[in-house]
Design a protein around this ligand. Structure first.
Ligand SMILES: *[C@@H]1O[C@H](CO)[C@@H](O)[C@H](O)[C@H]1NC(C)=O
Ligand SMILES: *[C@@H]1O[C@H](CO)[C@@H](O)[C@H](O)[C@H]1NC(C)=O
Ligand SMILES: *[C@@H]1O[C@H](CO)[C@@H](O)[C@H](O)[C@H]1NC(C)=O
Ligand SMILES: *[C@@H]1O[C@H](CO)[C@@H](O)[C@H](O)[C@H]1NC(C)=O
Length: 436
């Protein structure tokens, strides 16, 4: 009897150790299965993320460096283009002004021909809030001292400079000589030479110092309240100017769209032949509403989702989206006609921005200034449901001949991996990667 029990004990131990060995030696043990669902049963937002971007502690919670005892002069930042482009330039401008130990004058927001309007900085943003939020980061004045108040600032154009551009070397001498300069930040600047306090001022300006004027905020809130919840804010850029600018050619457009694009082209001719194929595969072509609808479906966004179109009324071929996603709303459908017709481009852009920051989720079909600003502000607020739809993956997979379910599966995988790893949003210097 004892012999049998020893024998069975041996068998039990042997079996157990064999089982243990299998568990420990197999390359993928049951304990380390990836948490990423392999299929697209759930929507993209329910995928578990590994990395997210948050505002870096060094500026959000860091100690402030005291301002210099003596200012080197006054700087006005001159901003041009669309609202979010001006905002980006203001961000950079504040960093430059702090780097140069200058005093900031309220920025000039230019009347851009494209937007056809006159909204200046104070028409869109709350000036007192701006000054208060920049307190300690940089000195800001509403009025110039009398001895220079009558002067036009000396204009330093940095915007066209490419490559290495150092503001202390190139701009400080002008500031010291003229005492009051205006500048437009260069596209590429040597931020590596920025002092820590200049970077801190830049981040604070970009993400912590701007809010809409009271009257605009009231309007924006009305708009948000009118949208059924939850909703996805979608920035779909398929307007004639955008398509013309991209130099891409599209098949299957209506004659009206073709005409609108041709009218916007000017001397920017579309690429043709092999160059066009390469251009498209590099992800340079705006997604059409059709393609966007395929992408949203690939990401398992239900077709009855409420979608706010954060864009103007000029989107072409919109039926490609609205025939599949049937709950699409726009500003013009939600605001009263009178409200809407009185609004300027900047005001409308400000509303889209506001709604997109407050939406449950945000997706962009392009990687423009608004998209970058919205993505950063959403990260600042801890809203993680933000995604850039990949034009490059779409072009790549379609050129491989993928269609239907196969195409969607490939698109799902590419976007899922970006979302999990926090890739594709390219948040600027003020944000840090955080392992979840
Ligand atoms: C700005 O002031 C700091 C001291 O507050 C000084 O270290 C720095 O060199 C100054 N920079 C310029 C460009 O004047
Ligand atoms: C620009 O605004 C002016 C005055 O409000 C108007 O007459 C004109 O038609 C507008 N132009 C465009 C292109 O919207
Ligand atoms: C969008 O899809 C519809 C239906 O499949 C098609 O008729 C139309 O040409 C497509 N438009 C574009 C811009 O691809
Ligand atoms: C969308 O459809 C699903 C299932 O058909 C339903 O559970 C959900 O409530 C619907 N959502 C909206 C916003 O209508």
């Amino acid at each position: 009897m004892s012999v049998i029990s020893v024998k069975s004990l041996f068998i039990i131990i042997f079996t157990l150790s064999l089982f243990l060995a299998i568990i420990l030696l197999s390359p993928s043990t049951p304990f380390s299965l990836p948490s990423i669902p392999p299929t697209r049963k759930l929507d993209i937002w329910s995928v578990r993320r590994i990395v997210e971007w948050r505002p870096c502690k060094w500026w959000l919670q860091g100690r402030l460096t005291s301002l210099p005892a003596k200012s080197n002069g006054y700087i006005r930042v001159d901003c041009y283009g669309g609202l979010n482009q001006m905002r980006r330039d203001l961000c950079d401008g504040v960093g430059i002004a702090r780097l140069l130990n200058a005093t900031l004058v309220l920025p000039k927001f230019e009347v851009a021909a494209y937007w056809n309007e006159s909204s200046g900085f104070a028409d869109v943003f709350d000036v007192d809030y701006f000054i208060q939020q920049m307190n300690g980061f940089i000195e800001v004045v509403k009025e110039l001292p009398p001895e220079i108040a009558f002067k036009e600032p000396f204009w330093v154009d940095c915007s066209k400079r490419k490559g290495q551009f150092d503001y202390i070397e190139r701009v400080l001498p002008s500031l010291l000589e003229h005492h009051y300069i205006s500048l437009r930040p260069a596209m590429s600047q040597r931020r590596d030479r920025y002092s820590q306090y200049a970077k801190v001022a830049l981040c604070q300006e970009c993400y912590g110092a701007l809010r809409l004027t009271k009257s605009l905020e009231v309007k924006a809130l009305q708009l948000v309240e009118a949208i059924p919840k939850p909703f996805l804010s979608l920035h779909l850029r398929f307007e004639p100017d955008m398509v013309a600018y991209s130099q891409c050619k599209y098949e299957g457009l209506s004659p009206a769209s073709m005409e609108a694009i041709e009218a916007a082209r000017g001397d920017r001719k579309p690429w043709i032949g092999e160059a066009a194929r390469i251009w498209r595969k590099r992800g340079k072509c705006p997604l059409t509403p059709n393609e966007t609808a395929i992408l949203l479906q690939a990401l398992s966004i239900p077709t009855n989702t409420t979608i706010y179109l954060a864009a103007g009324d000029g989107i072409m071929e919109i039926e490609g989206l609205t025939s599949i996603y049937t709950n699409v709303v726009t500003k013009s459908s939600l605001l009263s006609g009178e409200d809407f017709t009185r609004m300027h481009g900047n005001t409308k852009a400000a509303l889209d921005y506001y709604v997109s920051i407050d939406s449950d989720s945000y997706m962009a079909t392009y990687f423009g200034n608004m998209d970058k600003m919205v993505a950063a502000m959403r990260a600042f607020k801890g809203c993680y449901k933000t995604l850039f739809l990949s034009r490059r993956s779409f072009a790549e997979f379609s050129s491989q001949g993928l269609k239907g379910e196969e195409l969607m599966q490939a698109l799902w995988k590419a976007h899922r991996d970006d979302f999990v790893m926090g890739r594709g949003s390219a948040l600027p210097d003020c944000f840090c990667e955080f392992k979840l």
